[in-house]
Each structure stands twice: as C-alpha cells, then as structure tokens.
Design a binder for this molecule. Sequence first.
Ligand code: FES
Ligand code: FES
Length: 216
Amino acid sequence: MSTELPESAVPPPVESDDSASPPTRRTFIATGAAVGGAVVAGGVIGGTVFAGAEEASAAETSPSSRVSLTVNGTRRTVTVDNRTSLLDLLREHFELTGSKKGCNAGACGACTVLVDGQRVNSCLTLAVRLEGAEVTTIEGLAKGDKLHPLQQAFIDEDAFQCGYCTPGQILSGVGCIQEGHTDSPEEIREWMSGNICRCGCYVKIVRAVESTAGRK
Ligand code: FES
Ligand code: FES
C-alpha cells in the first residue's frame, strides 16, 4: 500500500516575509530604545500626550527675572528663570564650578557658599532672591596667590581625599570660625555636621578648622 499523499494534501511552501516575521532580539531592543526615546523626549504615542511635551512648553513660558549680585567681588547682572538655584547660577551661568552639586536637596553641604557672610546651601537658595547680595565661593577665598588660612590648613592637615566635599567644607569652616563655634573639637563637629565627607576625613577637617581658629 502506497503512503504517498496526494499532491493536493501537501501544503504549499510558505513565502518568507521579513516585515511580518517575529522580531529578533536585536530588532526588539532597537524598537524598545526608539519608543523609550520618544517617551523621554515627550510626544504622542498611541494617542497619548506624554508629560515631557507639557513640561517643555511650561519651561518655555516660565517667568524669569533680572537679578544683580556681587560674586567674589565682581558685580554681575543676569536674567534667569525664577526657579534657578544659586548653585546652578554659579555653575551654569558664571562657570564657577568649585561649588559642588552633591544631593541638590540640602542634605550634604557640598554646595555651601557664603551669602552676606552667612553660610548657606546654594542648592536650596533661589538666585532671584539675592538682589544686592554678596556671594563668596571657593574661587573667591584666596587673595591672589595667597590661600585663605583655612585652605592652607586643609593642605597642611591633609584634610581631604577625593576633594569633592572640600569646597563646601572650607566655606562652612570659614562660617563656623566667624560664628565662633570653635571652642572644642566637639563644638566644631556639631556646627559642621551639615557637611558630609564620604571619604571620612572628619578628624583632619576638624583639626584644620581648629588650628585656623586658633591662629585668629
Ligand atoms: Fe546642596 Fe547637597 S548639593 S546640600
Ligand atoms: Fe572625598 Fe570628602 S574628601 S568626600
């Protein structure tokens, strides 16, 4: 008995269609990246308007203000978005990048500068509120080639490793000394507690502040 099937029972060969074939791992990743990019950029996908587009148009219409302030002895006038922090004004507009952005939320002290002699977290300070203010950053502490005594003390005491927190530590230390909170290592620790050092240089930082205060 023959086992051969009649010709009509054999399915015709399937035509290959690349556009209809299931995605390979490579095309899947490429498609995902393209869609992800569209979401990040903001736009319309499947009839949905994503927040990015709205935020972009809000940014275009956000109010700005003109502010004049003195930074490291130089009078500067700028027009900035009202939401600009002093830290971003210094870093992005004035290219004074010594003040560091650690947490951008008031928790680390890396952005500490002096405003009218008082230490502040510049990431939490709105630039437009500083009309007429005097700002001192790490770039303005030395007198020409002569370092501020606390800058020198940080070098002498070897009070840093990576250096990321150091500008904020020094400005905070200057404020701490001016405020007179330097009667003991414990008091210095307490009044410098808003400045975090991930490298753990606290013992030497306190020593640098203490020795500088002792020389005053
Ligand atoms: Fe301002 Fe951390 S960056 S407190
Ligand atoms: Fe590295 Fe302080 S020296 S974080």
